[in-house]
Ligand binder design. Structure first.
Ligand code: SDX
Length: 428
């Protein structure tokens, strides 16, 4: 491909350089477009064809269903690494040595206590509050208890902020769930591993010992790895654009949590379970819902299907589906919605509407089935997604600041009224 792109506007031809990435992706650099054309810009609703940055963190190849974190395949990482190892890789760029991993683990444990006044904020929420709204508020509140923006030029300061948020976030996740259940807010134990401690904080009943289940521990560790980053998705782009104004890390993460909440994005894992439950309640007639999904006059969408980038199987969905079979089998759980999900999947994969639009199951299609088998309430599924995505958000925020990206401020094309005179109210 030529190193330049030519664009003819108003009878003049303009040339723009082409970036080529590590995996031969190409982008036309239009940063001078408005200047050289005296005002012409591009429009790309939803940024379907527009890159926001150059990044070294995650690579997706949508047509082939490839996902790599810092060059390592998601399949290898899900099988051979643990979540904190992957968090270290995403944030610092390399897999940690044993010594680095031990220090990372221990520094995170040292930072896993949140200011007790956070409990006063949690108590102010009604039990009916959606956990994603609570989590976003608590994350933003961390700024109040940990004032002082991160000094991005200090590696030590950045490291301390990273272990600080990785230590505190699981506590906020657990407390968000227990608040809804009216259970005491538990701190867990420093002697436990990251996932074990999260599960203990979430599930320990006040009057009995919490017994860890290795099947659940391993499945949750794998799920968090699979959610850890996904290049410039909606919530990550939100974290980047909020951080581009030099707002603090916690404020940027809080914004990312709000973006993830939407049912078209991370909120889809909750919407999938609600959809499957609805189909089950309605007699399990998947044909009826397939028809609704294809009917342009029906707002119903097959939640957990389709993806902006993947036009083939989402590699994460494949791994999660296999894990769902294993976890439910090992736990001896028979969940009828899994059969409905598998039925919908096989119907959709054979249906012209879905095939023509390259709509495949995405990361959210099966994850909720595993979370439910673990005893996690449906409205907590997206909170689990946020915990998984936390290292990716941090890594992307750090890269954006270290690259001195300019403040994000898109242009627009105005289509409103032309200039008009003010009309006094008595004459309107
Ligand atoms: C995540 O970006 C990321 O990386 C996100 C994520 C991550 O890890 O961060 O992977 C996580 O958000 C996964 C996606 C979870 N969302 C859902 O499962 C919600 C259901 N899916 C859709 O809403 C949709 O597929 C999106 C939002 C995921 C993608 O939307 P696009 O890329 O804007 O595609 P589109 O809406 O333009 O759809 C193209 C066509 C349309 O039909 P036509 O107008 O061409 O006739 O496909 C149809 C759509 O109507 N379509 C669907 C559909 N998804 C797309 N039809 C029925 N059911 C669906 N799920």
């Amino acid at each position: 491909m030529s190193e330049i792109a030519k664009l003819e506007v108003g009878g003049k031809v303009y040339e723009f350089p082409i970036y080529t990435g590590t995996e031969d992706e190409s982008a036309i650099d239009i940063s001078k477009l408005r200047g050289v054309t005296e005002g012409v810009i591009t429009i790309d609703r939803g940024y379907k064809n527009t890159g926001s940055c150059l990044s070294e963190i995650t690579f997706l190849e949508g047509e082939k269903g490839i996902l790599r974190y810092r060059g390592y395949s998601i399949e290898e990482l899900a099988e051979k690494a643990d979540f904190l190892e992957v968090a270290f890789l995403l944030i610092f760029g390399e897999l940690p040595t044993q010594e680095q991993l031990d220090k990372f683990n221990s520094d995170i444990k040292k930072n896993s206590v949140v200011d007790d006044d956070i409990k006063k904020i949690i108590d102010a929420f009604p039990k009916s509050a959606h956990p994603m709204g609570v989590l976003s508020s608590l994350t933003s509140a961390l700024t109040a208890f940990n004032p002082g923006a991160v000094d991005i030029d200090s590696e030590e300061d950045m490291y301390n902020s990273v272990v600080g948020i990785l230590g505190k976030f699981p506590v906020l996740v657990a407390w968000t769930m227990r608040k809804k259940q009216g259970l005491p807010l538990d701190y867990g134990k420093k002697s436990l591993g990251y996932i074990e401690n999260l599960l203990k904080m979430m599930f320990k009943q006040p009057n009995e010992k919490y017994i860890q289940n290795p099947i659940i521990v391993n499945a949750l560790d794998k799920l968090l790895i699979l959610h850890a980053d996904h290049e410039q998705n909606c919530s990550t782009s939100t974290v980047r654009i909020v951080g581009s104004s030099h707002a603090g890390l916690f404020a940027s993460l809080s914004a990312g949590i709000s973006a993830l909440w939407g049912p078209l994005h991370g909120g889809a894992n909750q919407a999938v379970l609600e959809m499957l439950e609805g189909i089950k309640k309605d007699g399990g007639d998947t044909n009826k819902y397939m028809a609704k999904a294809k009917d342009k006059n029906d707002p119903f969408r097959l939640m957990g299907f389709g993806h902006r980038v993947y036009k083939n199987f989402d590699p994460r969905a494949k791994i999660i589906k296999k894990a769902a079979d294993e976890v439910l089998g090992n736990l001896g759980v028979k969940d009828p919605v899994l059969d409905i999900a598998e039925g919908l999947e096989s119907q959709a994969l054979a249906d012209d509407y879905f095939v023509a639009r390259k709509l495949y199951p995405n990361v959210d299609f099966y994850s909720g089935i595993i979370y439910r088998a673990m005893g996690i309430p449906t409205d907590m599924f997206t909170v689990m997604f946020a915990l998984g995505r936390l290292p990716g958000w941090i890594a992307q925020w750090k890269e954006m600041r270290l690259n001195n990206e300019p403040i994000g401020r898109p242009r627009q094309i105005y289509t409103g009224e032309s200039l008009r005179e003010f009309v006094p109210v008595e004459k309107r």
